[in-house]
Design a protein around this ligand. Structure first.
Ligand SMILES: [Zn+2]
Ligand SMILES: [Zn+2]
Length: 291
């Protein structure tokens, strides 16, 4: 099962400092109309991204960091990676139980080993948070390179180049899990030519793509950054025509910003007309082989 723990863009929905009509509406309506930062969990063990509200997002949906042993990080932007929580994994070897005389951490139970996968910026930030001591934080780090698959405890992850922030190597992920293939594409603008070519070798059972810029017509697809709903629609059509997707395969939009898309209950039916499913926080997809 694939669960969306968060489906907003950086500022969240309602925007943290905004009371425009959409933000006001989402605040007032509550429920699925409120979104937190984008992240998702596969089964209960593989987390994709790790934003500032991650423990709350997990708790609210009946998950727990205690069971997560694999963390895939798309890029280092703070709405996707908030490494401060990692410091609380500190559990030095050979301490008394319960531990004494430690100001931060150690946790009172030894954490499950965690493997983090990400780019070099994510590694730097991880190292800062854990003061360069992965051993006593019971984690290891695997540096991802574009197009090179890694085998995690549960799945095969192939990082592909996102079209997002040229200051770092941002990734989207192809995940192969129990015979199903998932594309998780946030954050990205229109796929780069190299990425498009690479993707055509796959057939997807679930596509997740970001739609930060909603219905904004002024969107310039030649600039790196984010996608809008029109680009989501074109991408789905391209994938259908390139035999990468079955007509019925779910094509799900996440990372939605508040300023070019109405609140979820109003927006989802508009996207459904284009065969796009608008994700909401807590939405689950039962992975099925699409033929
Ligand atoms: Zn983002
Ligand atoms: Zn970003």
């Amino acid at each position: 099962m694939f669960t969306f723990l968060g489906t907003s863009a950086g500022e969240q929905y309602p925007g943290v400092w905004c009371d425009c009509q959409n933000c006001h509406g989402a605040r007032h309506l509550g429920g699925v109309n409120r979104r937190r930062n984008s992240c998702a969990i596969l089964a209960d063990h593989t987390l994709i991204d790790f934003g500032p509200a991650i423990p709350i997002q997990l708790d609210e949906r009946g998950f727990s960091l205690l069971k997560v042993d694999t963390l895939l990080v798309t890029h280092s932007h703070q709405d996707h990676f908030f490494p401060w929580y990692l410091r609380w994994r500190y559990y030095p070897r050979g301490i008394a139980n319960p531990p004494e005389g430690h100001e931060m951490g150690p946790v009172f139970t030894k954490p499950l080993p965690l493997t983090i996968y990400g780019n070099s910026r994510v590694r730097e930030l991880t190292w800062d948070a854990i003061k360069g001591d992965p051993q006593n934080h019971h984690l290891d780090f695997v540096l991802l390179r574009p197009w090179e698959s890694v085998v995690t405890r549960h799945l095969v992850c192939t990082p592909i180049k996102a079209n997002h922030d040229p200051r770092e190597e941002c990734f989207n992920f192809i995940l192969e899990y129990q015979g199903k293939t998932i594309l998780y594409a946030t954050d990205t603008a229109a796929f780069l030519p190299q990425t498009k070519e690479f993707l055509t070798d796959y057939r997807f059972d679930l596509v997740v793509m970001e739609g930060t810029l909603g219905f904004n017509q002024k969107y310039d697809a030649s600039v790196s950054g984010h996608s809008n709903f029109h680009l989501n629609r074109e991408t789905r059509e391209w994938m259908l025509s390139s035999n990468m997707l079955a007509e019925k395969a779910p094509f799900v939009i996440t990372h939605t910003g508040p300023h070019f898309a109405p609140p979820h209950e109003e927006c989802a039916p508009l996207l459904a007309k284009w065969q796009l499913t608008l994700a909401h926080d807590g939405m689950t997809v039962h992975l099925q082989k699409q033929v």
